[in-house]
Unconditional design. Structure first.
Length: 266
């Protein structure tokens, strides 16, 4: 169904899980957020393909996790180098690259350092540099991770990400499931979250030359809407679209989000 496949690359830097689906001629690369530190995309090809099936006809979609074993002190720029190695291994160039939250931080560096890999760039609910709102949220998640409080991370993320209507459902789910899906170790999450709060590409965003769409939420209580506006102002010729009534989880809540992304990437 949708040509969905679960895959793993063995690279010089280590193993990397990724999934692939769709039958289109155009490659579209998706880079997920910091939640990848809790669970990679391993085994999620079919659920992803169903969720993003509207992309499957026009694109072949690749979703890349960070490498399985991260090195202490890794930065978002280091993670971008790993992603570039994966694209090299698969022969992918001039792809449409969609980065969400921390994935958007990694995508910024990919477009700066390896412009041949990025034909179009979509940056969703992400930041050019640290800000107090992001630092406060991620610092709390780091404290929870060090205590092994998986349910706390999930519930706090939901509280910051969704509208009240969606939250009513999310709260019931998280309280019911508790620690279902809890990772054996929080080490990957801690390393990725630390890279988030240290990300700063602001001085080099002017080097991004590909067509770029920045999408932000006016009520984003993790990255902030101001960060999306700052990104768009710093990237030459970029477009900005704000979902003023939505927060960090707008990519799940906005009914036209995938259509907007697909139209731009075509």
């Amino acid at each position: 169904m949708y040509n969905a496949k679960n895959c793993r690359l063995t690279l010089p830097c280590g193993d990397m899980d990724y999934i692939r689906f769709g039958t289109g001629d155009k490659p579209l690369v998706m880079v997920p957020g910091v939640g990848d530190g809790l669970k990679t995309v391993k085994g999620t090809a079919l659920p992803f393909a169903l969720l993003y099936r509207s992309l499957a006809r026009d694109f072949t979609v690749y979703v890349f996790s960070r490498r399985v074993t991260l090195a202490p002190g890794m930065t978002t720029r280091d993670m971008s180098e790993d992603l570039n190695a994966a694209l090299e291994a698969l022969g992918l160039k001039a792809a449409a690259v969609v980065g969400v939250s921390q994935g958007g931080m990694i995508a910024q560096w990919l477009a700066i350092d390896h412009p041949d890999k990025v034909g179009k760039l979509v940056l969703v609910v992400t930041v050019p540099r640290p800000n107090p709102t992001l630092q406060q949220a991620v610092s709390l998640w780091l404290d929870m991770a060090r205590r092994g409080d998986y349910a706390g991370i999930m519930l706090d993320t939901a509280e910051r990400s969704y509208s009240e209507k969606r939250l009513r459902k999310a709260r019931r789910i998280y309280r019911l499931l508790g620690n279902f899906g809890k990772p054996k170790s929080f080490e990957r999450f801690i390393l990725q979250a630390t890279a988030c709060v240290n990300h700063d590409a602001s001085a080099m965003l002017g080097r991004i030359a590909c067509p770029t769409l920045v999408i932000g939420g006016g009520r984003d209580s993790i990255a902030t809407g101001a960060a999306s506006r700052e990104l768009a102002a710093a990237i030459p010729g970029s477009r900005l679209y704000m979902y003023e009534a939505l927060s960090h989880g707008l990519y799940e809540e906005a009914p036209d989000f995938l259509t907007r992304v697909a139209d731009f990437c075509r």
